[in-house]
Design a protein around this ligand. Structure first.
Ligand code: NAP
Length: 236
């Protein structure tokens, strides 16, 4: 089935790998990015891919109005939206006993990692529901399932996001919307650039997360996993 898919965070990292894979698979893509120049000249540039296959639109996850504008423009361009892939996200090492100055980092984690996907899902929901086999894929994290280390701010935002995913699953079930929370540990992107606990090649690779996502979009309503825990290291 050829799908019409909104992808946030497609400028780089996991979102970009997913966009490249889904374009190669024949889907139509609407990519919400902050810097429209970020994909210029790439395979995801509408000039190369064709405007009937790819739309680029400004999107800032911390600005609620930009979700509505992006969805409206996508509907005007493609006439339908049946899937949504949430990849925009931020990481920060805010600990439990944060310094006063780190309160703004916590707010940013909440705005981008929680309210961003929430607001975008709300804007796209009626269109995805109308399809009957809509899909919502959310890049959560293993930090949305368990707490490890001293990442209170990031972990709290991802647990909240996981709660949102469960609610989406519940509320969308009868309309054929299937939700999958992908929960990787480390993926070899800019977000993990400062991680030295393992070699980059031992981490999950963005193209492998893209393969999982591509397969999720092929599965029927009766067989879509709600959660994919993707550990590149042993988790007890
Ligand atoms: N990498 C990992 O180890 C890992 C593990 C588990 C889960 N995840 C999750 O997977 C998702 C993607 O991560 P990644 O590794 O691909 O990270 P990344 O390489 O740092 O890319 C982050 C993406 O999010 C976008 N973004 C950030 N703030 C935004 C905002 N306010 N509005 C719109 N877009 C914004 C960035 O756009 P710009 O280019 O404009 O900054 C970029 O496209 C995140 O939710 C992350 O938490 C990552």
């Amino acid at each position: 089935m050829t799908r019409t898919i909104l992808i946030s965070g497609a400028s780089r990292g996991i979102g970009r790998a997913i966009a490249e894979r889904l374009l190669a698979d024949g889907h139509r893509l609407s990519l919400g990015i902050r810097d429209l120049e970020a994909l210029k000249g790439s395979s995801l540039d509408p000039q190369r891919a064709g405007s009937e296959r790819v739309l680029l639109h400004p999107y800032d996850a911390s600005d609620a109005g930009s979700a509505e504008a992006w969805v409206t423009a996508s509907m005007a361009h493609f006439g339908a939206i049946d899937s949504l892939v949430h990849c925009a996200g931020v990481f920060s090492r805010v600990p439990l006993l944060f310094e006063p100055g780190q309160a703004t980092d916590i707010q940013q984690l909440w705005d981008v990692n929680v309210m961003g996907p929430w607001t975008l899902t709300r804007a796209a929901w009626p269109h995805i529901a109308a399809h009957g086999s809509g899909r919502i894929v959310v890049l959560v994290s293993m930090s949305g399932k368990r707490s490890k280390g001293r990442l209170a701010g990031y972990t709290a935002s991802k647990f909240a996001l996981m709660g949102l995913c469960q609610t989406m699953r519940n509320e969308g079930w009868e309309q054929g919307i299937r939700v999958t929370a992908i929960c990787p540990s480390w993926v070899n992107t800019d977000m993990a650039a400062a991680v030295n606990a393992m070699p980059k090649e031992a981490m999950s690779q963005p193209s492998d997360i893209a393969s999982l996502t591509a397969q999720l979009l092929e599965l029927p309503n009766s067989c879509v996993p709600f959660e994919l825990a993707v550990s590149c290291n042993l988790e007890h």
